[in-house]
Ligand binder design. Structure first.
Ligand code: MGD
Ligand code: MGD
Ligand code: SF4
Ligand code: MO
Length: 716
């Protein structure tokens, strides 16, 4: 009987737990790959339930009904790729190459760079990724300040600051293990969170700020650090520019002013600022909360400044820098091959440029100085268009039409703000192609649904972005079910049919992996031999900053050149629902459930039975005032839209606030637009939050999906 031992990274969620899989006597077992990091969650137990689920799409499907009211007919891969390529050619000849858009989550399908390579050959810059709201955003701000992303090292830290992270055994357990180990060594934990959570229970300091005011708090901390001279003078003098401007700016944020904005005491701000700045080595680990606020750029920038001026860069926060020479994901994307005209046409770049080509080009001279002969893209999701501008172009609102859209390993309609408008955009397409496992709400709007393999069914080289200079071989555990294929197969198939086969000379993913690894003196086979140890690439050396000035830019020249404030600031969101008292509660949206992963896993019965319905958490006092009891269905309404959720009374939910979960739809409910896309139009947080300018971060054009907008709730 078959027996083996393999290494891979679990990808049921983006927790990134490294697992060892053993097959013995016909039974597969998953366990943590690193015994020193015993991180793995019970979701791994449903591997067969997921893989062999009867609803899984296992053959290419063609919609022979109408858009939004699909009737699915199974077809062959050849027919699917032939027809998609023909229809794509028609769209391109009628509307031009920029009318083609891709929305992709490379993290899910495991291949970075290849979609952009195809798009660059087609001639379209209109790419977006939901994970721009999850580190993509952070990456661009770190790039502006440090030239690359800083990665926190828990092992080195004696103070940890969490801005709204809620970690636990089922929400990113790998990070939870590192946190617990640090606390066991005596590290101090500061958690900034309006709610009491399992993580705040571990904290030495819990700052219950008002939702969405993180930027003000960070500026208040900087005020204390600068005024009390708690910063690292040597590091600032030799590595930073813009300190005088920073000193001026933070004078506007004395602890008393910030205390008023955040709703906490000035003493707590002072004390925690001193704890952070007084550490041997502190970290502010990345978390998604600050990526989804209307002041995102400012809060992330203020965090970057704190790390730098307190002297923690390359002590406990490592800035690797772009890879040199080796075949990075950015090299594969080959952005240099996209023409000037197409770059200039990138949707939304005029108003919100930080994630677009316009910003990327400001680093050209710095890249050249550092010997980097390509356009580095930290998370494989920058040099991208602005999502609200893309969705407007899909709806036909100009500046030019987008008529063919690919949703690749993501559920596009549910993964941004302004869901109603995104759906309208999909309804207005000539061609929609979805690559997924299920007939998701997005797939319900498609012409073709292509069956993707899942993580356990494919060999992959991870990570699929360039944060750190390494590649790890992640090995396939089981054969794909049905006719499920990997994304390289689809990209290669389309490239050949569109006449771009010369850009994809690799017959299959193994030839591609060998190409990527060859410059590192390795190959797929050799990488498997050393797995789970990674194959290292060479990076720009530690301590050099690939910014326009070559220094840590406390006042950002990139933001200034793009016409924005070069320094962080706190600006209260201009929510139309905030006046008049019609919407007396504040929503905190986007919160995660242990039983689901973003919009996925709702069809997995063993998980669903633990959480059958989407829950709104409300404080019992508020519930009583509104006449709502535990288990009542409620309408939660903002000035923009509404959702229905089941009330759950929770003392930990601050009075005057409502917690909205992310990602709810019901695969068991009728599909199609008239039925509300399997209830996605009834339950998902994207219905409540507009993608209008007042709810966007100005520099990036990404929506606030977390806190601060006003709502009311009542029994249905
Ligand atoms: N089981 C499971 N695990 C997951 C996921 C999942 O869907 N399911 N999703 C994964 C993904 S993609 C991500 S990004 C992470 C998300 O991980 P987290 O961001 O840790 O998850 P949340 O539950 O959203 O917790 C956010 C915390 O931020 C607080 N918060 C809300 N608004 C604010 C604010 O304005 N300021 C501050 N400081 N705090 C605020 C909330 O009260 C909450 O306690 O989880 C990952 N892990
Ligand atoms: N409204 C709103 N939008 C958000 C957020 C929010 O809180 N609210 N959160 C943001 C955050 S933090 C994140 S990380 C992103 C997450 O965005 P995504 O990573 O796109 O998350 P999911 O919604 O889980 O969509 C994943 C889809 O890909 C499919 N899939 C999973 N694995 C594979 C695979 O191996 N192959 C293929 N072909 N398909 C696969 C799943 O079936 C699912 O339909 O969303 C962001 N968008
Ligand atoms: S948290 Fe669970 S589902 Fe997510 S990667 Fe880790 S083991 Fe997989
Ligand atoms: Mo995320």
């Amino acid at each position: 009987m078959e027996s083996w031992e393999r290494y891979t990274v679990c990808a049921f969620c983006d927790g990134g737990c490294a697992v060892k899989a053993t097959m013995q006597d016909g039974r597969m077992r998953l366990e943590p790959a690193d015994p020193a990091l015993p991180a793995i969650c019970p979701k791994t137990r449903m591997i067969d339930e997921y893989r062999l689920h009867p609803d899984r799409v296992t053959r290419p499907l063609k919609n022979v009904g109408t858009r939004g009211e699909p009737m699915w007919e199974p077809i062959s891969w050849d027919q699917a790729l032939d027809e998609i390529a023909d229809r794509l050619k028609r769209v391109i000849s009628q509307y031009g190459p920029t009318s083609v858009a891709f929305c992709e989550t490379p993290l899910n399908h495991g291949f970075g760079g290849i979609t952009r390579r195809l798009m660059n050959r087609i001639g379209t810059p209109n790419y977006t990724a939901p994970t721009q709201l999850c580190m993509g955003n952070t990456a661009q701000v770190h790039r502006a300040v440090y030239g690359w992303l800083a990665v926190s090292n828990w092992n080195a830290a004696d103070v940890i600051v969490y801005f709204g992270q809620n970690r636990g055994p089922e929400l990113w357990p790998a990070e939870f293990c590192k946190l617990k180990a640090a606390l066991a060594r005596g590290a101090k934990l500061i958690v900034v969170d309006p709610r009491a959570t399992a993580t705040t229970a571990l904290a030495d300091y819990h700052l219950r700020i008002r939702y969405g005011t993180d930027a003000a708090l960070a500026l208040g901390w900087l005020n204390v650090i600068v005024e009390e001279e708690l910063y690292d003078r040597d590091f600032v003098a030799s590595n930073c520019i813009g300190f005088d401007e920073l000193r001026e700016r933070v004078r506007e944020y004395p602890p008393e002013t910030v205390a008023e904005i955040c709703g906490i005491s000035a003493d707590a701000i002072r004390e925690t600022a001193r704890v952070y700045a007084g550490a041997e080595a502190a970290i502010i680990p990345w978390g998604a909360t600050c990526d989804m606020q209307s002041n995102s750029t400012s809060v992330l920038q203020a965090q970057c400044i704190m790390r730098a001026i307190c002297g923690y860069l390359n002590v406990s926060e490592t800035v690797f820098g772009p890879a040199l020479g080796g075949a990075s994901v950015s090299v594969l994307a080959d952005h240099a091959s996209l023409g000037r005209e197409a770059r200039d046409a990138q949707l939304g770049a005029d108003a919100h440029p930080l994630l677009t080509f316009r910003a990327a080009e400001l680093y050209d001279a710095a890249n050249e100085r550092a010997g980097i002969p390509y356009v580095p893209d930290i998370m494989a999701e920058s040099v991208a268009c602005v999502p609200p501008a893309l969705f407007a172009a899909m709806r036909g609102e100009g500046p030019y039409p987008v008529k063919a859209t690919f949703a690749v390993a993501n559920n596009t309609v549910m993964s941004y703000a302004g869901q109603q408008g995104i759906v309208e955009g999909f309804l207005n397409q000539d061609l929609v192609v979805v690559f997924d496992h299920w007939i998701t709400p997005t797939a319900q709007l498609a012409d073709y649904v292509l069956p993707g393999d899942m993580w356990a069914e494919r060999d992959a080289l991870r990570p699929q972005y360039d944060v750190a200079p390494l590649f790890t071989a992640c090995q396939q555990l089981v054969e794909p079910v049905g006719e499920c294929k990997d994304w390289y197969f689809v990209v290669k198939g389309l490239a050949d049919r569109l006449g771009f086969g010369d850009s994809f000379p690799w017959a299959d993913r193994y030839e591609l992996f060998d190409y990527q690894l060859a410059e590192l003196g390795s190959s797929w086979e050799k990488a498997c031999e050393v797995a789970p140890k990674p194959v290292m690439r060479k990076a720009v050396c530690l301590g050099s900053f690939v910014t326009p000035s070559g220094k840590v830019e406390l006042a950002s020249s990139v933001l200034a050149t793009l016409g924005f404030d070069p320094l962080p600031a706190y600006i209260e969101p201009a929510d139309p629902g905030a006046d008049g008292g019609d919407f007396p509660y504040v929503a905190f949206a986007g919160s995660r459930d242990a039983a689901t992963y973003n919009t996925n896993l709702h069809q997995i019965q063993s998980l669903r039975k633990t959480l059958p319905e989407p829950l709104a958490f409300v404080n019992p006092t508020d519930a009583e005032r509104e006449g709502v009891a535990e288990g009542d269905w409620c309408v939660v309404e903002s000035a923009y839209g509404s959702v229905q959720l089941m009330a759950h009374l929770d003392d930990a939910q601050p009075e005057g606030t409502v917690r909205i979960p992310h990602g709810w739809w019901k695969p068991e409910q009728p599909a199609g637009i008239a039925a509300g896309l399997g209830k996605a139009m009834l339950h998902n947080d994207g219905m409540l939050f507009p993608d209008e300018d007042w709810n966007l971060d100005p520099a990036q054009g990404l929506p606030n999906l977390r806190g601060g907008i006003h709502v009311r709730f009542a029994r249905v």
